[in-house]
Design a protein around this ligand. Structure first.
Ligand SMILES: Cc1ncc(COP(=O)(O)O)c(C=O)c1O
Length: 274
């Protein structure tokens, strides 16, 4: 990866906003996972695309379904979070990553791979990003989980013709990302033992995740199942029944429903973060 292929952003959220800005027009088809990250729906939603969605299973998305959606709707973008997805906590298997890349290669759809949590794996093996099997695509990363969310630093990588457009959009938004934040992160990365830090936070995240999963098992009704992510520490609870916290959340979420919901949706997910 060359430095010209990386744009430093105000968190990966700004990267998503810029991607929406340069790619999306009203009624453009966009593919997302179901469920997906709430704030990508808000970001992309500003440009009024038509969202299509693919259900997310334990191993990622179903590749035959993906192929069908690509043929049928020809989405401009496929937004995916293959590591410890928000809100479910699930990750794509190695096989799924390779297959997704194979199918996307034969299409006009651009992969937007969002990876804010990849460094925080505490169980299982690291897998290469889908990008590693695909080549040209967009990839977003963030220092929010690894160093600090308040520092607001992330990045997006893109092929040069897309990067030119991203840079123009970024300059129009804020000229550039705060130099002070970039200098702080630069010092942090050069002066501290980042590997030792990652080791520490991975075990902290694992402790929180173990506690959360055991409390969910003890306190929730038996038929409420949760994911047990191998990294980060948010669990998704698919629920077709009303469980106590869901009924508590229902009213405030309902007011935001048009933004929150990716069509078609029958699955309710409660995300829990300790
Ligand atoms: C999947 C996903 N993408 C992007 C973001 C935004 O991260 P950042 O703090 O880097 O803007 C988040 C934050 O929760 C997230 O869960």
């Amino acid at each position: 990866m060359e430095p010209e292929e990386v744009l430093v952003t105000n968190g990966s959220q700004q990267g998503l906003d810029l991607v929406g800005k340069i790619f999306l027009n009203q009624n453009d088809p966009v593919l997302v996972e179901r469920p997906t990250y709430l704030f990508v729906l808000q970001s992309f939603g500003l440009y009024e695309p038509i969202f299509h969605s693919l259900p997310l299973g334990q191993e990622g998305v179903d590749v035959l379904d993906l192929q069908e959606v690509l043929n049928r709707f020809r989405p401009k973008l496929f937004y995916a979070v293959p590591n410890f997805q928000n809100p479910t906590g699930t990750s794509y298997s190695l096989e799924c990553r390779k297959e997704v890349a194979r199918v996307l290669k034969g299409s006009d759809t651009v992969l937007v791979e969002d990876d804010p949590y990849g460094e925080i794996r505490f169980l299982g093996e690291d897998h290469p990003p889908v990008k590693a099997f695909l080549g040209e695509s967009l990839f977003l990363g963030s220092f929010s989980r690894v160093v600090s969310p308040g520092i607001r630093l992330g990045w997006v990588t893109a092929p040069s013709e897309v990067m030119d457009k991203l840079v123009t959009a970024k300059q129009a938004s804020d000229l550039h990302t705060s130099l002070l934040s970039q200098m702080i992160i630069h010092c942090y990365l050069s002066d501290y033992d980042v590997e030792a830090h990652l080791k520490r936070i991975r075990s902290m995240y694992k402790r929180k995740r173990d506690l959360m999963v055991s409390l969910i098992k003890d306190e929730f009704p038996e038929d409420v199942k949760c994911t047990e992510p191998g990294g980060e520490c948010s669990c998704g609870l698919p629920s077709r029944r009303v469980c106590p916290p869901w009924s508590y959340l229902k009213e405030p979420l309902r007011r935001r429903w048009p933004l929150y919901q990716a069509r078609p949706s029958s699955l309710k997910i409660l995300k829990i973060t300790p």
